[in-house]
Ligand binder design. Sequence first.
Ligand code: FAD
Length: 325
Amino acid sequence: MRNRAAVIGAGVSGLTCGVVFAERRWDVTIFADETGQKTTSGAAAAVWFPYDAEPADKVIPWSLITYERLRELARDSRSGVSLLEIWQFTRVGQIPIPDWAKNLGARPISVIPSEVEGSLRIPALPSIFSHGYALNVPLIDTTIYLDYLANRFHNAGGTIESAHINKVEEIPRDFDVIVNCAGIGARELARDSELEPHRGQVVIVPKLDLAQAIVCDDAPLMYAIPRAHDCVFGGTNSISENRAPSAADTTAIVSECSRILGIEAPPVIVVKVGLRPFRKSGVRLERERLSDGRTLIHNYGHGGAGFTLSWACAEEVWAIVSRTG
Ligand SMILES: Cc1cc2nc3c(=O)[nH]c(=O)nc-3n(C[C@H](O)[C@H](O)[C@H](O)COP(=O)(O)OP(=O)(O)OC[C@H]3O[C@@H](n4cnc5c(N)ncnc54)[C@H](O)[C@@H]3O)c2cc1C
C-alpha cells in the first residue's frame, strides 16, 4: 500500500509539497479552505527575491536552491515562470549588493542619465533614485503558476479537498504524515503567536512595455513588474490582517509607480491583498510527533518570500520524512 500524506494549505507552499510527495508516488490529499488566486500566494508579485523572511542563514541557501528549480521551470513555457532582469534601486545613498546577488551576477547601476536613457528609457529615474543594481531572476506569473502546480499535482494522482481544519488531529487517521502549509492560518492551527501578518496590496494594470522590473524597497515600497499579459504595481507592507483592498493604498501605489515610470496613471484591472506569513523567530520547518504517533511537519512562516523558498522547503520536508518516517 502506498504511504499517505495530508497537506494543509493550497498556496505555493502546500502545492509544491503536494507535487514533491505525489511525484514520489505517495498518495496525497491537500486540505484547504481557499485555493489558487484566493490565497496570499495568488496576490504575490511574484519575483524570486529573498525578502521579509528570517533567518538569513537558512533563507539564503533555501532561496538559492529554489532559484535553480525555478530556472529549470522557466524552460517549460506552460509553467508561467520566466527569467527577467530586476533593477533594485534606492532613493538615498548607495544600495549594498549582497554577496549572494554578486554570485548570481548582480551588477551596479549608477543612475546617471546616459546609462539610464540607454538601457531603461525611463527619463524620470535619475531624479528619483541615487543608486541600484541589476540582477537576473525568475519571475513567477501566479495567474499561471498556481494552476500549473495544481495540474502537476493532479497528474501525479493528488487530490484537493475543500475543508477548514480546526485541529491537525482532525485529519483522518489513515494519513501517516501531515504537512502544515497553512501560511498565516498556522497562527490558529498551530497556536503560533510568532506569526505576524505583513499585509501587502498590489494593483494589476494593463501590460506595459517594460524591459525590466523596477523595485525600490525603501519607503514608500515601490515595484513595477511586467508580466506576459499585464503589469503588477506595488506595494505595501504593514502589520495588519485586513484583507480588504484599501482605496487609499491603490491611489498611492498607482501614483508612485506612474511617477517613477514617467507615464499617465493606467486604468486598474484588479486590486489584490495578501497577508505575508512573517514569523518573528524564522520560517518554521520542523517535525513534531502527534500524540497519536503520527508525524506532523510544519512548513510555514515564509513571509515575503514564499515563492523564493518554495522548492527548497518542500524538498526539505520530503528529506525529513524520508529520514525519520
Ligand atoms: C503583495 C505581496 C507580494 C508578494 N511578493 C512576493 C514575491 O515577489 N516573491 C515571493 O517569493 N513571495 C512574495 N510574497 C509572499 C508570498 O506570497 C507568501 O510568502 C506565500 O504566498 C506564502 O505561501 P503559503 O502557501 O505558505 O501560504 P498561503 O498562500 O497563504 O496559503 C495558505 C493556505 O492554507 C490554507 N489554510 C490556512 N489555514 C487553514 C485551515 N485552518 N484549514 C484549511 N486550510 C487552511 C489557506 O486556505 C491556503 O490555501 C508576496 C506576498 C504579497 C502579499
